[in-house]
Design a protein around this ligand. Structure first.
Ligand code: UDP
Ligand code: MG
Length: 334
């Protein structure tokens, strides 16, 4: 009877954790997480989003749900990537607040207590702020820092330093995020874009408990490009100025040659400068086309309006949220 009740009751706090081949981390995570949640929330649910794991992550989640119905899961039909897995989890989170965290214990569960305290004080967007990145490799740290600088210089949204996915969002903020169905998801940017009363809580990133980071440098580069391109159109605008500058230069050169020809007469040499300028401007044009192409490719991906993700199995969750959302998105469109 106890069990049936806790399945049906809406939880106060929903914890969302994307998992991709984290079988060995789940038990240690739950052992640390559940006592924290029991101490700081009136009721809670933990929603794991199995992002197409190929190990026995899903089996462990099923068993965990049988033992404790407050542990729930969604299994996506394939690996959609962490950002989309988080979106899927938030679609299913029914709590008055949702906490997003990694499942590899890099995000210490104990910090959730401070998140909840701040939320009860009225903050709607409480983010964990990593104070050092010692857990990452030096190269990754350097590139991350460069990316932030570039984003600050170009982006129209301010990203708070050190803020990532580890955070608590009030149901209002979650609802705001749910309305954003973009495929090229740069969550960090979206959290900052929605606003709401925000505050950072410093925390130290622990090393990954088991296994390796799922993010290769290739994946990270792609992610960084998605982030920049979904928050700024500056790379497109630059070409207006480059075009303007080169046209002015060409005009000045033309005048120079006309005057010189009038004074000194025709002379033939000039192959070198001709070849150099042809290749240079050819290069500039291809580059600008390439950047245009990057944006058009992203537009193409968005206008197809495919669902963000597909669910293969739900463990202890009802289909409502996502079905409602995808049908709503379709109706808006036609
Ligand atoms: N993750 C995921 N889908 C992916 C990659 C990662 O759901 O395609 C999850 C992963 O299981 C973990 C979290 O996202 O819970 C963070 O991933 P990871 O620890 O590999 O990234 P890092 O900490 O190096 O940024
Ligand atoms: Mg990690």
């Amino acid at each position: 009877m106890m069990r049936a009740e806790s399945v049906m009751a809406e939880a106060e706090l929903s914890v969302v954790a994307p998992v991709y081949n984290e079988a060995d981390n789940l038990r240690p995570l739950l052992d640390r997480l559940i006592p924290v949640l029991e101490s700081c929330a009136r009721s809670f649910e933990v929603i794991f989003v199995d992002d197409g794991s190929t190990d026995h992550t899903l089996e462990i989640l099923r068993k965990a749900h049988d033992a404790d119905p407050r542990i729930r899961a969604i299994a996506l039909s394939r690996n959609f990537g962490k950002e989309i897995a988080i979106a899927a989890g938030l679609d299913h989170a029914s709590g008055a607040a949702a906490v997003i965290m990694d499942a590899d214990l890099q995000h210490p569960p104990e910090i959730i207590q401070s998140f909840v305290e701040k939320w009860r004080e009225g903050y709607k967007n409480v983010y964990g702020q990593r104070i050092d990145r010692a857990a990452d490799s030096p190269l990754r740290r350097l590139l991350t820092q460069r990316f932030y600088r570039l984003f600050d210089a170009l982006g129209e949204t301010r990203l708070p330093r050190g803020a990532g996915d580890f955070r608590l969002l009030d149901a209002k903020a979650v609802a705001a995020l749910r309305t954003m169905r973009e495929h090229a998801r740069f969550s960090k940017g979206l959290y900052a874009w929605i606003g709401f009363k925000s505050i950072g809580i410093p925390f130290e990133v622990a090393p990954r408990l088991q296994g390796q980071s799922k993010f290769s440098y290739r994946k990270l580069t792609h992610f960084a490009l998605d982030g920049l391109m979904s928050f700024t159109t500056m790379p497109l605008k630059i070409w207006t100025y480059v075009g303007l500058a080169t046209s002015l230069l060409a005009l000045a050169l033309a005048s120079f040659y006309i005057i010189r020809t009038l004074i000194l007469g025709v002379d033939v040499p000039g192959f070198a400068s001709l070849i150099v300028s042809i290749t240079f401007f050819g290069g500039v044009q291809l580059l600008s086309l390439g950047i245009l192409g990057e944006y058009i490719g992203r537009i193409f991906a968005e206008v197809k309006r495919r669902p963000l993700y597909l669910i293969e199995e739900r463990v202890g969750l009802t289909p409502v949220a996502q079905d409602e959302l995808s049908s709503r998105a379709r109706r808006d469109w036609v």
